[in-house]
Design a binder for this molecule. Structure first.
Ligand code: GAR
Length: 211
C-alpha cells in the first residue's frame, strides 16, 4: 500500500484529513480551493505538500476545475479523496477521475444530499442518521456507496451534538474505505454497486454505537 498515492482535496477545517493522516495512509499532497482552509496547516505539520488553488482566481467552474486537475495530476494519484471539499464538480473533472474519486458526506445517502444535513434530519425526526463514503458521479452527493456509519439520533438531540457524533463516525469509516480501495478490495458490479471482497464484508461497519 505504501507505493500508492492519495491526493486529498479540502475546503476548511480538515478533521477528516487529520483522521486519514493518523491512520498512516499515503497522502502525497493536500490541495484546497480556499487559502484560509485550516486543513492546509494540518498537512504542513505532517510534512505533506499543501497548496491553495483559489477558485476565486478563475472566471468559471470549467477553468477552475482544469487548474485543479493540473495540480492534482502532478502527483499521479491512485485515488483522489474529497474531504470536506465544498465545490460542485464539472462533468469533465468527474470523468477524468472516474473510478478513483471518492467523497464523504454527512448523511445516510441517498437521504439528505446537499447542505444542513443534521438540521434536516432532526427536523424530520429520523431515528438513525450518519455518514456515507461513496464514489463520485456527476450528480451531487451521489454515486456507488462504499460504506456508511449509522448514528442513533437521541431524544432531545441538538444539531451540534448530532454533528459531533456523526463526525466521529466519519473519522472511522473514511480511513477504512480508503484502505480497502488501496488494497484493491472494492469493485463496482455490473449494476453500478460497490462489491466488497468477502473478508472486507465482515469488517464493514454498519452501526456506530453512541460513545
Ligand atoms: C464533513 O462533515 C464532511 O462530511 C462534509 O464537510 C465536513 C468537513 O469537515 N462534507 C460535505 O458536506 C460534502 N458534501 P472536515 O473539514 O473537518 O473534514
Amino acid at each position: 500500500m505504501n507505493d500508492k498515492r492519495l491526493v486529498v482535496l479540502i475546503s476548511g477545517r480538515g478533521s477528516n484529513l487529520e483522521a486519514i493522516l493518523a491512520a498512516g495512509l499515503p497522502v502525497a499532497a493536500v490541495l484546497s480551493n480556499r487559502a484560509d482552509a485550516s486543513g492546509l496547516a494540518i498537512a504542513r505539520k505532517h510534512g505533506i505538500p499543501a497548496e491553495a488553488v483559489p477558485h476565486t482566481d478563475h472566471p468559471d467552474r470549467e477553468s477552475f476545475d482544469a487548474a485543479m486537475m493540473q495540480r492534482i495530476d502532478v502527483w499521479q494519484p491512485d485515488l483522489v479523496v474529497l474531504a470536506g471539499y465544498m465545490r460542485i464538480l464539472t462533468g469533465h473533472f468527474v470523468q477524468h477521475y472516474h473510478g478513483r474519486l471518492i467523497n464523504i458526506h454527512p448523511s445516510l445517502l441517498p437521504s439528505y444530499p446537499g447542505l444542513r444535513t443534521h438540521a434536516r434530519a432532526l427536523e424530520d425526526g429520523v431515528k438513525v442518521h450518519g455518514c456515507t463514503v461513496h464514489f463520485v458521479t456527476p450528480a451531487l452527493d451521489h454515486g456507488p456507496i462504499i460504506v456508511q456509519g449509522a448514528v442513533p439520533v437521541l431524544a432531545h438531540d441538538s444539531e451540534t451534538g448530532l454533528a459531533a457524533r456523526v463526525l466521529r463516525a466519519e473519522h472511522r469509516i473514511y480511513p477504512q474505505a480508503i484502505r480497502w480501495f488501496l488494497q484493491g478490495r472494492l469493485h463496482i458490479d455490473p449494476h453500478g454497486r460497490v462489491e466488497l471482497s468477502a473478508a472486507t464484508r465482515s469488517e464493514q461497519s454498519v452501526l456506530i454505537p453512541d460513545d
